[in-house]
Design a protein around this ligand. Structure first.
Ligand SMILES: *[C@@H]1O[C@H](CO)[C@@H](O)[C@H](O)[C@H]1NC(C)=O
Ligand SMILES: *[C@@H]1O[C@H](CO)[C@@H](O)[C@H](O)[C@H]1NC(C)=O
Ligand SMILES: *[C@@H]1O[C@H](CO)[C@@H](O)[C@H](O)[C@H]1NC(C)=O
Ligand SMILES: *[C@@H]1O[C@H](CO)[C@@H](O)[C@H](O)[C@H]1NC(C)=O
Ligand SMILES: *[C@@H]1O[C@H](CO)[C@@H](O)[C@H](O)[C@H]1NC(C)=O
Length: 624
């Protein structure tokens, strides 16, 4: 069967509702272990079939209880079941369970599962319970918002800024290796790789793989042909998607090498951010409450980034990965570590009520207040966007208040990545979501990596040096489906302009030459998407970087409405996408007889929305 189950399901439900108080529990140590493992496995299948909130919470409670007997029993059971279900090869199951599992178990041990924490985790990680409602409280600001704020005028002086996102270089990429493999990342030589690949990896990349080193090098070589870049931003995620193998040594090695490549290829300064893949193991960024060490990463990144950042910013990176820098007078970049809102950072569940675990939002407010006092314009850059459903709702709602307080007069633009897609999201002032009330634009992606089913790309912004607003956004791509030809003809990727946002969407919502691509204009663009399906289809094509490999998104299948809603959802609780299991099934082979695991009932329940696929982090779907 062609199925895929996100790792989170395995991790969380693998330890599902064992019947704990069964009679005649064996007392001997070894017997007890075997008995509990069996019970956990039985109960896992049961919980997976029901996928109900109660079953999920029960699973957590039981996992917590059993972990006090012996933590390894829970991990062993989870790894065993992941392997039994044949959704991933054994090495992937083991790597994931034993690297991610201990942190999830520790957090679950610290959580008050029956006082709401259980439902909270089950919603945020699996979508198994209803949203808990956002009670973020009110952010306190040093000063009230000035009564009549106006964004500064434009100078008419325009510069080029390069936006790179989700670099995801794979230095183990092996041309000629299997590109259509059964692991989350292909184009590598694995111990059990077939001698004759079904599809050979080209030397330039593949739709199921991360970037070979030379793809990134070639991209950087192309940039000066189309832009005189003043400076560059990178919105996170440098290591590849071999998430079951990542550890401290591997990510440090990969980051060191990739930042060196970028330094050699970029003639200008680069301002980076910390993505979820920067950690090893992936996603796991400890907080004060959780315990756990990641100082080594911040020290290592501070070192890598010291070639571009001033000393005070480098010191700030050592703190928890965030920093602020002023690339030009009157202009400031604030680089956030948004892993403290990332739903798959299992450390966060150790103390969910500490919505700002490292004091980062307080720090952000202080930076923005200083910028307001100094009359500076600010760009916020980060990896996981607060509009995305994998940013914790409570954190996102607080962040949104900060955006409302300091927009549009201080915050000029926001830039994120993580989804790999070419997207945007609009933030509004209190009240209606309309063009007049739109106050900030988040520019999301596009990724350098073609992982998965998208073309590799980068973005050039045309930016005014007084207002620091974006006047145009030009997205460049190469057509990865031609990679075999580049090899055969000894040529290099066909980097070319995919579209200019001003031209493409200006055709639907006219815009005067002296006006930027403002949040109000973007709102009007989303209105055009509602009434003009051709305009929306253009967006959908660009979202997948014109690879045309994304599932159809139409009014008829509900996707268009959901997508437009998300473009207007600057905070994650406003998103119209549900957190879901993204379990895929082969509709042509869905008989119970063909499915000895009994998972068919889950596939029927999950009713996946194929357009809603996540490409980054543990939630990435495995289509085996
Ligand atoms: C816990 O279980 C593992 C194997 O599952 C075993 O090797 C270890 O000795 C056990 N630890 C304790 C304290 O019983
Ligand atoms: C959100 O944060 C507030 C603190 O401002 C806290 O009281 C509340 O419990 C948090 N909500 C959730 C769902 O964790
Ligand atoms: C970069 O600037 C120089 C000098 O103004 C100009 O000649 C060149 O065409 C520019 N390159 C691009 C790609 O815009
Ligand atoms: C958005 O559309 C409204 C209604 O048509 C119009 O009044 C407004 O000027 C437009 N704003 C922008 C920035 O395009
Ligand atoms: C259907 O699934 C069964 C069991 O996994 C497998 O043996 C069979 O080859 C599949 N049939 C098709 C047409 O894919």
């Amino acid at each position: 069967m062609r199925i895929g189950i996100p790792t989170t399901v395995i991790l969380t439900l693998a330890v599902a509702s064992a019947v704990y108080a069964a009679p005649a529990a064996p007392t001997h140590h070894l017997e007890k272990r075997g008995w509990l493992l069996d019970k956990m496995k039985d109960a896992f299948a049961k919980a997976v079939k029901s996928l109900e909130c109660g079953a999920c919470v029960t699973a957590l409670v039981v996992a917590k209880d059993i972990s006090y007997l012996n933590k390894n029993w829970v991990l062993d059971a989870a790894a065993g079941m992941c392997t039994d279900f044949k959704v991933m090869p054994k090495d992937v199951c083991h790597g994931l369970v034993y690297s991610q599992g201990p942190v999830l178990i520790n957090s679950v041990r610290q959580a008050s599962l029956l006082s709401g924490d259980g439902k909270y985790i089950c919603h945020q990680v699996l979508g198994a319970c209803a949203p808990q409602g956002v009670q973020s409280g009110i952010v306190s600001f040093p000063k009230p918002k000035p009564a009549f704020v106006v964004a500064p005028t434009h100078s008419g002086n325009i510069v080029d800024i390069l936006h790179l996102s989700d670099w995801h270089v794979d230095d183990k990429y092996a041309p000629g290796a299997e590109a259509d493999c059964n692991r989350p990342l292909c184009c590598r030589k694995y111990a059990d790789s077939p001698l004759t690949p079904k599809r050979k990896a080209s030397s330039w990349g593949d739709y199921k793989c991360d970037s070979p080193v030379k793809l990134g090098v070639d991209l950087l070589k192309f940039v000066p042909k189309v832009a005189n870049v003043s400076f560059s931003i990178l919105t996170g995620d440098v290591p590849p998607h071999d998430i079951w193998l990542q550890n401290r040594e591997s990510v440090i090695r990969e980051e060191d090498a990739a930042y060196k490549t970028m330094a050699e290829g970029l003639p200008t300064k680069l301002y980076p951010t910390v993505g979820n893949h920067e950690a090893g193991p992936t996603n796991l960024f400890p907080t004060k409450a959780s315990g756990g060490d990641i100082q080594w990463l911040y020290d290592s990144l501070a070192d890598d980034w010291s070639r571009w950042l001033p000393a005070d910013a480098v010191n700030s990176v050592k703190n928890y990965g965030a920093y602020t820098v002023s690339p030009a007078p009157g202009f400031r970049i604030i680089s956030m570590n948004n892993n403290f809102c990332y739903t798959l950072n299992f450390y966060l569940y150790a103390e969910r009520k500490d919505y700002d675990p490292m004091g980062e939002l307080k720090w952000l407010v202080a930076q923005l207040q200083a910028a307001e006092d100094a009359g500076e314009r600010v760009w916020i850059i980060g990896h996981v966007g607060p509009s995305q459903t994998d940013c914790l709702q409570n954190w996102s709602a607080l962040y949104y208040q900060v955006v409302q307080r300091y927009s549009p007069h201080v915050i000029a633009e926001q830039f994120f990545g993580h989804t790999h897609y070419d997207e945007f999201a609009i933030s509004y002032g209190p009240g209606a979501k309309n063009a007049q009330n739109a106050i900030s634009t988040s520019w999301i992606g596009p990724s350098v990596t073609p992982y998965t089913d998208i073309n590799p790309g980068f973005r050039i912004y045309k930016v005014d040096t007084k207002s620091w607003n974006v006047f145009d956004s030009e997205t460049y791509i190469a057509d990865m489906n031609q990679a075999a030809t580049w090899d055969a003809t000894n040529t290099s990727p066909n980097w070319h302009l995919e579209y200019s946002a001003r031209k493409a969407y200006g055709a639907h919502v006219p815009i005067a030459a002296d006006k930027p691509l403002s949040p109000g204009w973007w709102h009007n663009v989303t209105s055009a998407f509602e009434t003009n399906s051709a305009a929306f289809q253009d967006y959908w094509t660009y979202r997948g970087k014109s690879a045309n490999r994304l599932p159809a998104c139409t009014a008829a299948n509900g996707c268009a409405k959901e997508t437009i809603c998300n473009l207007r959802a600057g905070k994650s609780s406003d998103s119209c996408s549900e957190i879901h299991f993204s379990v895929k099934r082969d509709l042509n082979n869905d008989t119970e007889a063909a499915d000895p695991t009994g998972l068919h009932t889950l596939y029927k329940r999950a009713d996946p929305k194929p357009w809603n696929k996540k490409l980054c982090g543990l939630g990435a779907q495995f289509n085996l």
